[in-house]
Design a protein around this ligand. Structure first.
Ligand code: ATP
Length: 347
């Protein structure tokens, strides 16, 4: 029997709704399994916690997270709760940096043909995974302050050999378990830091002769994701490019409510939907819980319970076979609760 201690960070906005759905699905998996026993520890982190205690990510919360086997996170940040430099509270980004979760893994899979705005695409045509470098790149100077009266503000893109090698290696390792192709996404024609990123990619690629590679500019990649999504298996890119492209990629499989993600390091891992707190729909019960449920499936994969992870993905696919089983964001009228019930029913 595996006893798994899971930290649950609900966060803000729709975070509590979607994490409650994922926890219900995990409890249903536990009830059906001889092998799994979950213990959920709820930890308050985010803009709401900042309003209560003055710190969106208390040190004690980080210690409790480190003591858990894995971390399930909803979403964090609220538009009206900001730092003096004008940026939103983003403890989820802080957690990536503090726990060194350098792999931002965003699987993009089309569950039903009707969910894509692209004409004629079948589920087999859109099935790739984006590896986003999570700890440096253009996010490097995100905490710098600036004088509001300044004439110019600069934010550097930091690319290190160590940071690039480890994310590129993770992408190649993933490709070995998939269709053996890695697409490097950069802007090596304009930015020297990106030319360096490409040079390090080329060095790592030499150790993986069995994997096909291609090198693309980020602007062309945005085009190809829409025109030729079937060309992609594994993509690897820097932090900000990955942030932007993963939203675009979510858009071709049904939107943010269909986009799971994992932030993985060598010791710790956080699983969360790729979407934010969606303040426009928070509290209405209509948020799509599938991105978080699919992130929980990734958590089970990482915890070496891949069969349970597969069972959740199959249950999501099964639930979506009913064209009436759709939350508003994917063209239907069911609530998040009803969508969750449908997934549990298929388990
Ligand atoms: P962040 O910067 O934190 O990623 P964001 O401001 O880019 O967040 P989101 O919070 O992801 O944006 O929301 C973008 C849009 O997608 C909003 O219209 C929101 O309502 C919608 N959306 C996001 N998540 C969901 C969901 N789970 N279900 C339905 N709609 C969602």
């Amino acid at each position: 029997m595996s006893h798994l201690h899971i930290a649950v960070l609900e966060g803000d906005g729709i975070g509590p709704e979607v994490t409650a759905s994922a926890v219900r699905v995990l409890k249903a998996v536990e009830a059906l399994s001889d092998d799994l026993d979950f213990d959920f520890e709820h930890i308050s982190v985010g803009a709401g916690e900042y309003l209560k205690s003055g710190n969106p990510l208390p040190a004690q919360a980080l210690d409790r997270m480190r003591a858990c086997d894995a971390i399930l996170l909803g979403a964090m940040g609220l538009p009206h709760v900001r730092w003096p430099n004008g940026t939103e509270m983003a403890p989820q980004v802080e957690i990536r940096e503090v726990l060194d979760l350098y792999q931002g893994i965003r699987p993009v899979r089309l569950y039903r043909p009707s969910l894509t705005p692209l004409k004629g695409r079948q589920p087999d045509d859109i099935d790739f995974v984006l590896f986003r470098e999570n700890t440096e790149g253009l996010f490097w100077e995100r905490k710098c302050s600036h004088d509001p009266r300044a004439d110019a503000v600069e934010n550097a893109m930091r690319v290190t050999r160590h940071g690039t090698e480890r994310i590129v290696r993770a992408a190649f390792e993933a490709a070995l378990r998939r269709r053996r192709k890695v697409s490097l996404v950069d802007k090596a024609n304009v930015l020297p830091a990106m030319a360096f990123f490409r040079a390090v990619f080329d060095e790592v690629a030499e150790s993986y002769p069995q994997v096909e590679t291609e090198r693309l500019y980020v602007d062309a990649t945005a085009l190809y994701l829409v025109q030729q999504p079937e060309r992609f298996d594994v993509l690897v890119t820097e932090n900000m490019f990955g942030d932007i492209l993963s939203d675009l990629a979510a858009g071709i499989v049904g939107g943010m409510g269909m986009a799971p993600s994992a932030d993985i390091g060598d010791t710790y891992a956080v699983f969360q939907p790729a979407h934010g707190t969606a303040p426009d729909i928070a509290g209405k019960g209509i948020a799509n819980p599938l991105a978080t449920i699919l992130s929980a499936a990734m958590m089970l994969d990482w915890l070496d319970h891949g069969a349970a992870g597969h069972a959740i993905r199959d249950a999501v696919e099964g639930a979506l076979r009913d064209p009436a089983c759709r939350t508003a964001d994917i063209g239907g009228g069911v609530t998040g609760l009803e969508m969750t019930d449908a997934v549990i029913g298929k388990l």
